[in-house]
Design a protein around this ligand. Structure first.
Ligand code: HAM
Length: 415
């Protein structure tokens, strides 16, 4: 038997339904904020991620699906989509569009990580990016959008983790201070952190292997921010307070991608393990420039769709089950069955016309197997009168209804 590739999965049944319903809520929410869709390719030149996500990061160092194509070029299955959006911005001169430019995307990403619950090698991200504005008001708006998106899906037990990781001016100074403070503890560090000590000491702060005691004793980045970063962060917090968005300051939140500057944030859910954020994002004011564009500040976030589905299931918030209407009919009344099905479908419900045939009793059994909410029964007598029999499968009650009344009897238009 040929199985799925390790870390990849088929999404089907209830999961597929929740996935698509959730996607629709996400699309509808961001549309109201003025976001337009971008659909970048799954395959990019490897250099894009090396230069944006960063060569010293776990993603680029260990997790990318990279190979040489038949033309001898190094290409990579994207591990995330912010880099692709930034590449597209430069490549297609999006700077000529009204700013700030608001884009959203949904698509598969690939990371060669150790598969476990909530962590896959192929996963879907839904994300937004706002390009061309450095106002802290946008940071607060993007964080509140992330929060609203999760709330619109009925998610409970959410926490926003917030931090500022400074900019090109102040971060190098903090790195030195951090290295100094870590030096006496170098031997206690895990193998990865020993390497990070030289390449990217900030990442030691969010390494799960290091002791909290050590991490809590280290200098805090927010005490080393330059004037501009400090003022920016103060304003972000002030706006979030005005918007009544609850957040927790977390100095150990540094994120695993190199392009971030100033604000970084994650939304975590009590239903996921502590290591797995539901969504993550932040500001990246130099990314477009580093990819050859003009100075264009940007920010955004991305949600992991599989994690979202897991939280929805754990909470049981995938309520609003689809109503399925089964159509049973006597031989020769196919035309009536087609027309009833189209009335039901136009009202937004799922209609399935029996295809196995047999007596009405047999067709009702097919309907039960399908878990139908109602069965519409079309008999000769009813067909002549312009009526049908409507059977409520849960209450096991049946009555004759006019075709015009059918939709309201089933329960009005389906949202
Ligand atoms: P990220 O934190 O690496 O950020 O990923 C964002 C989200 O993708 C995570 O919070 C998680 O839900 C999901 N995710 C990541 N890796 C996996 C995995 N192996 N399995 C399942 N889900 C996963 C970014 O990718 C940034 N591009 C976000 C961003 C957008 N920043 C600014 N704009």
């Amino acid at each position: 038997m040929i199985k799925t590739v390790r870390g990849c999965k088929d999404i089907y049944g209830e999961d597929a339904e929740i996935f698509r319903k959730t996607e629709n809520v996400l699309r509808e929410t961001v549309r109201k904020y003025g976001f337009k869709e971008i659909i970048p390719p799954v395959l990019e030149y490897s250099e894009l991620f090396e230069r944006s996500v960063g060569e010293g990061t776990d993603i680029v160092e260990k997790e990318m699906y990279t190979f040489t194509d038949k033309g001898g070029r190094s290409v990579t299955l994207r591990p995330e989509m912010t880099a692709s959006v930034a590449r597209a911005y430069v490549e297609h001169h999006f700077e000529t569009m009204p700013s700030p430019l608001k884009l959203f995307y949904i698509g598969p990403c690939f990371r060669y990580e150790k598969p476990q619950k909530g962590r896959y090698r192929e996963f879907y991200q839904f994300g937004v990016e706002v390009l061309g504005d450095e106002s802290p008001l946008l940071d607060a708006e993007v964080i509140s959008l992330a929060y609203e998106v999760a709330e619109n899906l009925g998610l409970e037990n959410l926490k926003v983790r917030l931090n500022s990781i400074g900019c090109k001016k102040c971060r190098p100074q903090y790195k030195k201070v951090l290295q100094e403070a870590l030096k006496p503890h170098y031997d206690e560090l895990c193998e990865d952190c020993k390497r990070r000590f030289y390449t990217n000491p900030l990442r030691i702060l969010d390494c799960k292997k290091e002791k909290d005691e050590l991490k809590n004793s280290l200098p805090k980045i927010t005490d080393y921010l330059c004037g501009e970063c400090k003022e920016h962060f103060e304003k972000v917090k002030k706006y979030l307070d005005m918007m009544n968005i609850p957040y927790e300051l977390d100095n150990t939140l540094v994120r695993g991608l190199d392009y971030y500057t100033k604000t970084v944030f994650e939304v975590v859910s009590g239903h996921l393990g502590a290591q797995n954020a539901l969504l993550g994002g932040g500001r990246y004011d130099y990314l477009i420039e580093e990819l050859g564009g003009r100075h264009t500040p940007g920010l955004g976030f991305a949600i992991g769709m599989e994690r979202l589905v897991e939280v929805m299931k754990a909470q049981g918030s995938e309520k609003g089950e689809e109503k399925l209407i089964y159509i049973a009919y006597m031989d020769g009344l196919e035309k009536n069955a087609f027309s009833v099905a189209s009335i039901i479908r136009n009202a937004g419900f799922t209609a399935i016309i029996d295809s196995k045939g047999g007596s009405i009793g047999k067709q009702l059994k097919h309907a039960s197997k399908r878990n139908a909410s109602f069965t519409v029964i079309i008999g000769e007598e009813e067909a002549e009168k312009g009526t049908v029999q409507l059977k409520d499968m849960k209450k096991k009650k049946q009555k004759e209804v006019e075709i015009e009344e059918l939709v309201s009897e089933i329960g009005g238009k389906n949202a």
